[in-house]
Design a protein around this ligand. Structure first.
Ligand code: ZN
Ligand code: ZN
Length: 260
């Protein structure tokens, strides 16, 4: 159990609606509490699954929801107006996850870029920030963010694995950088350097549960309580306390997503 004075961590990105967690919500919430994880943002990856994501946020005060379609989901066209309509719900605090993924899919991915643009437009109209996923596509991601004025609404580059240069470009657009369990991996030298040097007031932490469990749980099903290991690694890298990381990243989360 964390001491009562612990400021609390927020898992800024998890997928608790996934089948891995069926019937396990009770133990997941207990584990969060035991690790001082006070809140979690449940991330939508497709509109068909959105009601389940929203349901989590409606039933639990400390869960919030996003609305969007993940770049890996082929064949789900979505227009900005539909996203804006769904984002009107007060428990929805973000648009996404959206972005570009040239790793999982190949061929003509113009549909992916068009859908990313639609999400940015929806975010600007609804006034809710973006949760952006980018993989093997940093250049196009940043270009589209600039072309669509993503900096006017802001958001987070989630599960960040890119270079310092990409981090700097995202920061220049006013975006936040979120670190996942990958930062705890031994071979993540370049990423550890980014986590050590970016401004603390632009940093978030996340699990991306059920994926990417941090060391020492690598390879297991990830869950929000384990975000503490991400916070501990960031604290170690920066030579500050876990409390300082928790305090800053939670403050950043509530300032960015401003949940009602
Ligand atoms: Zn993602
Ligand atoms: Zn995700």
């Amino acid at each position: 159990m964390m001491p009562a004075s612990f400021p609390g961590l927020v898992d800024s990105h998890c997928h608790l609606d996934f089948p891995e967690f069926e019937g396990k919500l009770g133990e997941i919430r207990e584990e969060m509490q035991a690790n001082g994880v006070t809140h979690a943002l449940c991330i939508s990856v497709e509109l068909a699954g959105f009601p389940k994501v929203l349901g989590l946020a409606e039933r639990h005060d400390n869960f919030f929801a996003s609305v969007g379609v993940h770049p890996d989901h082929e064949g789900e066209p979505v227009d900005a107006a539909r996203l804006v309509e769904l984002a009107r719900h007060p428990r929805v605090v973000a648009i996404g996850e959206t972005g570009l993924d040239y790793h999982r899919l190949s061929g003509d991915l113009e549909w992916q870029r068009e859908r990313f643009r639609a999400h940015i437009r929806a975010a600007r109209t609804s006034g809710k920030p973006l949760v952006i996923h980018t993989r093997d596509a940093a250049e196009d991601t940043l270009r589209i963010m600039r072309e669509e004025g993503a900096g006017e609404i802001g958001g987070v580059m989630h599960c960040f694995t890119e270079t310092q240069e990409v981090a700097d470009a995202a920061l220049a657009l006013g975006f936040h950088i979120s670190f996942s369990g990958i930062v705890t991996f031994k071979n993540a030298g370049q990423l550890k350097e980014v986590a050590r040097t970016i401004p603390l007031e632009r940093m978030l932490v996340e699990t991306d549960a059920p994926y990417l469990a941090p060391v020492p749980h690598r390879g297991k099903t990830n869950r929000p309580g384990l975000v503490r290991h991400v916070g501990e690694e960031v604290a170690r890298l920066r030579g500050i306390t876990l409390e300082a990381v928790a305090e800053a990243t939670s403050r950043n989360f509530f300032r960015l997503f401003n949940p009602g």
